[in-house]
Design a protein around this ligand. Structure first.
Ligand code: DX5
Ligand code: ZN
Length: 217
């Protein structure tokens, strides 16, 4: 399995985002956490900044929307040039329709599940998705500890994805580090978001390569 590392700029220097992108040149994409202060108790950045990042970034943008009313706002991020747009299942009234809209706008469609949200109700819609994000912390903040309780859900998602025969990625996000990435990979994840473990390192580009090696080992 090819393992991909998507550093989260939530842990980067928000005053120097363009420079911060160059520090992760070894990454496979850059993970952009959009939070609205309602779906999660934190507020980060929104569409105007994502539009600019899409213009200046060499890496594909992996946008993670932690916002309410995803049906209304998510397509705009696809139109802005995001390579993938992840909305939360808990924030969409019509996830199948939304996934189709994202694909029609040229993005990969992805759906996220909070730690307490089961994957089973959504298995039928897997063919509509390019990626499933299993949150491994409660969304909202960087620097939290990986929740081992999510491992069985990653395994169930992997079995279901393999059953479709489709190349659907399984992303994990939250608490991914040198100590935890192997566990998530063993459970079946193949795309790994890491914020503090990358930007907290002396050389983020080296940290990315190290994480990828550990995941694929
Ligand atoms: C949390 C965000 C994550 C966060 C991960 O709600 O979705 O992407 O940046 O940060 P770490 O890797 O520090 O847990
Ligand atoms: Zn995220």
């Amino acid at each position: 399995m090819t393992c991909r590392i998507h550093p989260s700029i939530l842990s980067a220097d928000f005053a120097n985002l363009e420079t911060e992108l160059t520090r992760i040149h070894t990454a496979d994409a850059v993970h952009v956490d959009v939070m609205d202060g309602h779906f999660v108790p934190n507020l980060t950045l929104g569409l105007p900044i994502v539009q600019r990042l899409a213009q200046v970034a060499d890496l594909p943008l992996d946008v993670h929307l932690m916002i309410e009313d995803a049906d209304r706002w998510a397509p705009g991020y696809a139109e802005a040039g995001a390579a993938s747009v992840t909305f939360h299942a808990e924030a969409s009234a019509a996830p199948v329709r939304l996934a189709r809209e994202l694909r029609a706008a040229g993005a990969r469609a992805s759906m996220a599940l909070r730690p307490a949200t089961p994957v089973e109700p959504y298995l039928d819609m897997l063919p509509e998705l390019d990626m499933v994000l299993i949150m491994t912390v409660e969304p909202g903040f960087g620097g939290q500890s990986f929740l081992d309780v999510t491992l069985p859900k990653i395994r169930r998602a992997r079995r279901a994805v393999d059953g479709t025969g489709l190349p659907i990625a399984i992303q994990v996000d939250g608490g991914i580090s040198r100590d935890t990435i192997r566990r998530a990979a063993d459970a079946g994840a193949d795309v790994f978001v890491a914020g503090s473990a990358v930007y907290g390192a002396e050389d983020p580009a080296v940290a990315v390569d190290m994480l990828r090696n550990l995941a694929g080992a």
